[in-house]
Design a binder for this molecule. Sequence first.
Ligand SMILES: *Cc1c(COP(=O)(O)O)cnc(C)c1O
Length: 424
Amino acid sequence: MNFENNLEFARDLDTKDELKSFRQKFFIPQHEGKDGVYFTGNSLGLQPKTTAKYVQQELDDWAKLGVEGHFQAKNPWMPYHEIFPKQLAKIVGCKENEVVVMNQLTVNLHLLMVTFYRPDKQRYKIICEAKAFPSDQYAFETQAKYHGFDPSDAVIEVSPRTGEHTLRTEDILSTIQQHGDSVAVVLFGGVNYYTGQLFDIKAINKAAHSGGAYAGFDLAHAAGNVELKLHDWDVDFACWCSYKYLNSGPGGVAGAYIHEKHAANKELPRFAGWWGYKKETRFKMEKGFEAIPTAEGWQLSNAPILSMAAHKAALDIFEEAGVDKLHEKRKLLAGYLYYVLNDINSRQTEKVIEIITPANEEERGCQVSMLMLKRGKEIFDELTKQGVIADWREPNVIRIAPVPLYNSFEDIYRFGEIINSILQ
Ligand SMILES: *Cc1c(COP(=O)(O)O)cnc(C)c1O
């Protein structure tokens, strides 16, 4: 498409946007009495207007029914988590028996590592991206230590080449190959939180498997953002949170995926709890754990219903919009943003913004990370003052994420105009 950096053009794109009505389904943080420009859906997605109703339903049933709500609530709490797989399977690309909603992201990462990271003297390494999200780094470090390994030997980080910001797939694959049969698990993000780079999950997974290792992915920045086909790609396991692109509220309940070939294997070691126990006889409370032969077999505790109600409200909106339409709009939004940023650069004698997120559409999602070559903090502070909510990372990166459910092309135009006005 031939883009133009002006308000009329942006508004015209909004008028033609098939998903434009979805913005009305969210509370948009206000700035001086008007909608602010919210670009941090990669950090905390906005609240759907329906969330309160979904949560209130459970509060009402709790008030009315007490413990009977487990069976008699409108949405009975005992099997509440069973309402998610159908919708989530479309979002992460898997079968319904491969996905479960439970716990928090880092908790799930640890639980899955308990199953899939079982190092021995020969195979003990974890291959991951450099600058993985800190929580993931701490998980890898402490898992290695827990098993008696030195993290500086066991955790292998793949770094960008000198002068580059993102990883080359060939370097990821060759690192996996190079470490050969010392690799126990390859654990990558889907989209790196800092650079916004979308990794080639399929290729990484395949390389891990050819070396005899497992492959898992932290999809915190990928779920609800980019197309995923976890089952078809033969990914062993994955986890994600629900409060970023999935709009399910701060600290919301998280998700996990386990390929059915593993999920059905009741013998796989795990840390278990009663909610993962065979449903038919769970309440006999007998000795000896017997796993549900699906991803549900990794559940520990009875479900956090209030958080799950918020998750359901958000997923119903995804369902209504349709993932294909969302991906289409996401690409157009990002394309427009790139155009506006290039236009800003072209009006300056020297480049002010270096985009470190890959330009290739196949290697990114919503997020664009801008390395500010000059006046970065000043620009960021002015954006904040004028009602743009973005994210600042030291020393000089601004991360923004225009998300297709509630951001508009006008948001992008306004963002660009503020930067332009500062630079003039
Ligand atoms: C957001 C994020 C987390 C946060 O973990 P919580 O357990 O939800 O606090 C962890 N890892 C990645 C990659 C993230 O993007």
